[in-house]
Design a protein around this ligand. Structure first.
Ligand SMILES: Cc1ncc(C[n+]2csc(CCOP(=O)(O)OP(=O)(O)O)c2C)c(N)n1
Length: 521
């Protein structure tokens, strides 16, 4: 029955739209390993680290727009998928988690490699099925968010001969977030908010054109994060705030704006957290393709894009003062970049000039995503910037990036040193034909905490460099301060940037000084 059960699961997943399987072999999932090892027509990859495999599958799902299944054996192997499941859940990615299990009567016994697997992913499996018999397997699966299939196999594990399955490269259109256009909440927001600030965060490519149209009609100042794909958009540039978070301090927000329109995923910028603290009374409207409002307020859901688009924004916001202050600050910022060339933000600025416009860029959490948003040059547009912002983890970043990488362009990852150390074995996922440029910003620890707490216990300082790591996985290794063009010879490269931490410190002190309101007004 095991082989029949596993065949039915693979076939039905495949006909429902899964044509890619990442398999981490153990004994308990032997039926899946044998069947997928012998089948044709689907993309199958084998790997040994389930945590990395979960994130790689997440990256593959985000790249292809189709559900990808990751298959583990029983026990802690299954538990290793939890971080990727959480990230997928909050970013609305349809990841399929298939965990092999011992038969149901072993539950609660503590026998070898037996843990409580049903409910293992808690909230983070949108749907869970506990499958023991072929008759339990649904003919069709639907994919909205995370799906957990826990599959029980008894011994003998390989209970009959395998027949090679002929799988197909299935196409599936994922169901969009449902809900008819209802612009009631949108018009209510604009009936009270007359001076809105727009926060644009990660946007699906499919809605960018319409968001662009809406925002140019609205004519309100915009803080656009790079993941929106609109940060350097020529048409919106006159409305874009370019001098970083100084303009977004609570006192400035209260003076210049009377509401916040957030479009896209939950923003990274500090202001978003202030909207639950000192700015808790400021009206906020969230528009997103995931349901989460991202704020601990009474309204915990976001409205759909179609609700926003059914509202006519023409003339909703008057011409705005905040933009003048921002432009003055932006000029001062230019001087800072020139004066402190080895400060971390200055390196990010140069890096943004080095990366060609159509390349894929993945930014790690902690400082990289913030410094890219802050410092990337507005004269060098990049529309394909991604990050793991569902749960903001520093885990699984390299695995997700390699999963998302494409053959048609260069693929750049910009990552902190601790985040890189977290996911070292991910380089095994590299495949021929994909040009990977992994930029490790090695500032010797988690420097995001230096500015927050000034206590080295948070930082985990070290003196490691990444040369041997690159060599171990056959990557070219380069160090640079980006003052000269990069001369990369290989398909796969690790580029280590070493900011001067004392220049970075001076940079942020000077930034606060030059953008202080008394100085600017
Ligand atoms: C899995 C996980 N563990 C811990 C954290 C908390 N955290 C946020 S940033 C950070 C330090 C990251 O250091 P690094 O990657 O070197 O980046 P830097 O701060 O230097 O930019 C930590 C530990 C997290 N976000 N995710």
């Amino acid at each position: 029955m095991n082989i029949e059960l596993a065949e039915k699961i693979i076939s039905n997943l495949n006909t429902s739209g899964v044509s890619e399987f990442i398999v981490c072999a153990g004994a308990r999932n032997a039926p899946f390993v044998k069947i997928l090892g012998a089948s044709d027509g689907a993309r199958v990859r084998f790997f040994y680290d389930e945590r990395a495999a979960g994130f790689y599958a997440l990256g593959r799902t985000r790249q292809s727009g189709r559900p990808v299944a990751v298959i583990t054996t029983s026990g802690t192997a299954a538990a290793e998928l939890l971080p990727a499941a959480i990230e997928a859940y909050y970013s609305g990615v349809p990841l399929v988690l298939v965990t092999a299990d011992r038969p149901q009567n072993f539950r609660g016994s503590g026998s070898p490699q037996t843990i409580e697997q049903v409910g293992l992913f808690s909230y983070y499996a949108q749907k869970t099925l506990d499958l023991s018999k072929p008759e339990d397997v649904p003919a069709e699966f639907t994919f909205h968010s995370t799906l957990h299939l826990n599959v029980c196999f008894s011994e003998p594990l390989l209970d009959r001969k395998i027949t090679a399955l002929q799988l197909r490269d299935a196409n599936v259109s994922l169901s969009e977030r449902s809900g008819a256009a209802n612009n009631g909440e949108v018009s209510r927001f604009f009936s009270t908010v007359k001076k809105p600030l727009v926060l644009a965060s990660a946007l699906p490519a499919s809605v960018r054109g319409r968001v662009l149209e809406f925002l140019s009609n609205l004519n309100a100042p915009i803080y656009a994060e790079a993941q929106s794909g609109l940060r350097e958009c020529q048409r919106l540039l006159p409305l874009i705030l370019k001098s970083g978070e100084a303009m977004l301090k609570p006192e400035n927000i209260l003076r210049e704006f009377d509401g916040v329109l957030r479009i896209g995923s939950v923003p990274t910028v500090r202001l978003w957290r202030d909207l639950d603290l000192t700015l808790a009374k400021m009206p906020v409207l969230s528009v997103s393709d995931t349901e989460f409002s991202g704020l601990a307020r009474e309204v915990k859901t976001a409205v759909t894009f179609s609700s926003l688009f059914s509202y006519s924004a023409v003339g909703a916001a008057p011409k705005h003062d905040g933009l003048t202050i921002d432009s003055q600050n932006y000029i001062k910022l230019g001087d800072l970049f020139a004066r402190l060339p080895l400060a971390e933000p200055s390196l990010f600025r140069r890096l943004s000039r080095v990366i060609p416009p159509d390349d894929l860029i993945f930014v790690g959490n902690s400082l990289p995503i913030r410094e890219w948003d802050f410092a990337a040059d507005y004269a060098h547009p990049h529309e394909n910037v991604f990050a793991n912002r569902g749960a903001n983890g520093i885990d699984g970043v390299i695995s997700t990036f390699i999963g998302m990488s494409k053959t048609q362009c260069e693929n750049w990852l910009v990552i902190g040193d601790l985040s890189a150390l977290y996911d070292l074995n991910a380089l095994s996922f590299a495949e021929p034909g994909k040009r990977l440029r992994i930029v490790v910003v090695n500032n010797n620890g988690g420097q995001i905490f230096t500015r927050m707490f000034n206590d080295s216990h948070f930082v985990n300082p070290h003196t490691l460099n990444f040369q041997k790591w690159a060599e171990m996985f056959g990557f070219e290794y380069v160090t640079s301060d980006l003052s000269e063009p990069l001369d990369l010879k290989s398909e796969r490269v690790v580029i280590e940037l070493k900011p001067d931490n004392s220049q970075s410190e001076k940079f942020w002190v000077s930034y606060t000084e030059v953008t202080r309101p008394e100085v600017t007004r």
